[in-house]
Ligand binder design. Structure first.
Ligand code: ADP
Ligand code: MG
Length: 604
């Protein structure tokens, strides 16, 4: 390839400082590889390739294609498997990864490389045909959704149909023949919609998937997320092509996500969830309700120990709380992702201060770790304790994102937006949320979901927004059609008032008054103390009245930077003198009126 530009890097060629080029996910996969951690190997197509794709009119040019195929060859050697080889097939995931983390905003495709022949090979090779066909039907589903933009819902309906005919409820109750049947039905549906067969050439599948990830950088929900988080459009996303490991290969396998510390409170303890015999998407999508990570300690003690050790090393290495994704394949642990974990304001404060006490970072660094915007979240309301005494708890879900919320029930993100536009306070009630709901979530006082754990979409996004969320309240029965839900024997209709406590998970079937928060906690005080110690700017306040000035002074302002004097003259008698001054039509009268308001101003 001569002296062409390098658009593709093996994980072993990158490192953690290359996030601009490799994206956050790619850079951290490289860094974990360098640390000798068990990472399924692969390569990263750079953010520059994404920019090039857009410059070329949404095409992957020959040069980049050639490099992708070249690195696929290198990857085959490293993994000791061959792409499209039924004897010992290499299957890959194709994962987006921008510089800044955008959880769930872009698309990932798993199990790529399967076709009608390879799936048979995989069934033989693993001696597990159910697993092989389960992987294949998942791949067809994801590829159709992400790459071909066929409705995800239709595939779910097909699955529901098969389950209903068989009289079972859970995916895990479907056997090999059911999976084979699903593959046939999916392919039929695909052909009907697309007018052609599902692509059988894995190389075509790969290139189409890379293209789809580049394209997903520009999808509406990613654009909304970027605007909200001030992420520039021209950054582009990298694409990671990674060897698959299988959490869905039996009861000695599974997949999960975990934080090194509690992302809601900052408490120092592994915090997370996992599902046995499941593949990645199942946990984050909130399809089944997962088990807490502490249970892994009982179920697979060795894997747990290894994971806890890796988590600890990662935290020491990055000197910050980590958010990790892992998969267990036949009892062996693999790390699939690590990043600095998103956290609530309260957790951000506690973690920053604790890291100083643990000697990992210094005071200056701690101050930089807490985003000013997040401190704002500490100023969120809590319930009025008196009102709370009278309120009745009618249900309980997971305390997914703290704060208190009170509003009227709506059932769709669209309705949230509409009601909000009319000046209503709303609580969005959903079976589960998905990235399309993000704008509606943003304008809701609180979010209540029936399914999904602490790492479900609703929970993660709400924590990022500083919005109260109670997730996974399985006692709720939602009836979208008639716009109502029932809980503890009572129906709640659209427009009824409810209240949520995102710090306890409590649900109240009535309006409960809220009060503003008191940020004067010990952690807040310590961090702000350090901010005062190191800052070089003085802080002056805007104050227009003696009351404002006193308040500003109490909050630590060192002076008044701006005073709009007219605000001194709005109250009581003063406004009259002020009006006289305004309506005076000669200098004499104006001087007289000014003489009246001067003493007020001097007195203030
Ligand atoms: P997101 O950026 O939305 O988190 P990811 O690229 O992390 O998307 O993929 C979602 C999930 O898919 C991961 O958490 C992981 O469980 C699963 N996954 C991705 N790549 C692999 C792989 N190579 N092997 C097994 N599971 C994978
Ligand atoms: Mg991920």
């Amino acid at each position: 390839m001569g002296n062409s530009h390098k658009y593709v890097y093996l994980f072993s060629e990158g490192n953690g400082s290359m996030r601009e080029l490799l994206g956050g996910k790619g850079a951290n996969l490289a860094e974990m590889t360098n640390l000798g951690m068990p990472v399924p190997q692969g390569f990263t197509v750079t953010t520059e390739a994404c920019t090039q794709y857009y410059n070329d009119g949404r095409q992957i040019n020959e040069e980049i294609q050639a490099q992708i195929y070249e690195y696929l060859g290198k990857m085959e050697e490293i993994c000791g498997k061959k792409f499209a080889d039924p004897e010992n097939p290499l299957l890959v995931s194709v994962r987006s990864g921008a510089r800044a983390s955008m959880p769930g905003m872009m698309d990932t495709i798993l199990n790529l490389g399967l076709n009608d022949v390879v799936v048979e090979g995989l069934a033989k090779f693993t001696n597990n045909p159910r697993f092989a066909y389960d992987s294949y039907r998942r791949f067809i589903q994801m590829f159709s959704d992400v790459v071909m933009e066929l409705s995800k819902k239709r595939f779910e309906e097909i699955i529901d149909d098969v389950k209903a005919k068989k009289g079972v409820k859970q995916d895990v109750e479907l056997d090999t023949d059911d999976m084979k049947n699903l593959v046939v039905l999916f392919k039929e549906f695909y052909k009907k919609e697309k007018g052609e067969d599902f692509p059988q050439d894995p190389k075509v599948q790969l290139m189409e998937a890379v293209k789809a990830v580049f394209r997903s950088w520009d999808n509406p929900r990613a654009n909304v997320y970027r605007r909200m988080n001030e992420i520039p459009y021209d950054w582009g996303t990298a694409v990671n092509v990674q060897s698959m490991v299988f959490g869905n290969s039996g009861n000695n396998s599974g997949t999960g996500v975990a934080f090194t510390r509690n992302p809601a409170t900052g408490e120092k303890a592994l915090f997370g969830e996992y599902l046995i015999n499941a593949q990645g998407e199942d946990v984050v999508a909130g399809v089944r309700t997962p088990s807490p990570i502490s249970k892994l300690h009982e179920e697979m003690p060795q894997v747990y120990e290894q994971f806890a050790d890796i988590a600890n090393r990662l935290e020491q290495h990055y000197k910050d709380m980590q958010d990790m994704e892992f998969t267990i394949e036949n009892g062996k642990l693999y790390m699939l992702q690590t990043r600095n974990g998103k956290r609530t304001a309260a957790a951000a404060l506690k973690v920053a201060v604790d890291l100083v006490d643990e000697g990992m970072i210094d005071e200056k660094e701690a101050v930089c770790r807490v985003e000013p915007k997040q401190l704002d979240a500490l100023l969120h309301p809590t319930f009025d304790p008196e009102a709370l005494k009278k309120a009745q708890v009618v249900g309980k879900g997971l305390a997914a994102s703290p704060g208190a919320a009170c509003g009227r029930v709506v059932f769709t993100a669209e309705d949230s937006k509409e009601w909000h536009a009319r000046g209503e306070k709303v609580i969005l009630v959903r079976l589960e949320t998905s990235p399309e709901d993000i704008e509606g979530m943003q304008v809701s006082q609180g979010i209540l979901t029936v399914r999904g754990g602490m790492t479900s979409h609703a929970a993660v996004v709400a924590r990022g927004m500083g919005t109260c969320c109670v997730s996974g309240c399985g006692d709720i029965v939602v009836d979208y059609e008639n716009k109502k839900f029932s809980l503890a024997g009572k129906d709640y209709h659209e427009g009824d008032w409810i209240a949520l406590d995102g710090s306890t998970g409590n649900i109240y079937g009535e309006a409960v008054a809220t009060v503003p928060a008191d940020p004067g906690s010990g952690y807040f005080g310590r961090l702000m103390g350090w901010a005062d110690k190191y800052r070089q700017l003085k802080v002056y306040t805007n104050a227009d009245t003696p009351r404002d000035a006193a308040q500003g002074y109490a909050f630590g302002a060192q002076g008044i930077g701006l005073c709009r004097t007219e605000h001194m003259f709005f109250e009581g008698e003063r406004i009259k003198a002020m009006r006289e001054m305004i309506v005076a039509d000669n200098t004499e009268d104006r001087k007289k009126a000014l003489a009246k308001i001067m003493p007020y101003q001097q007195g203030d």
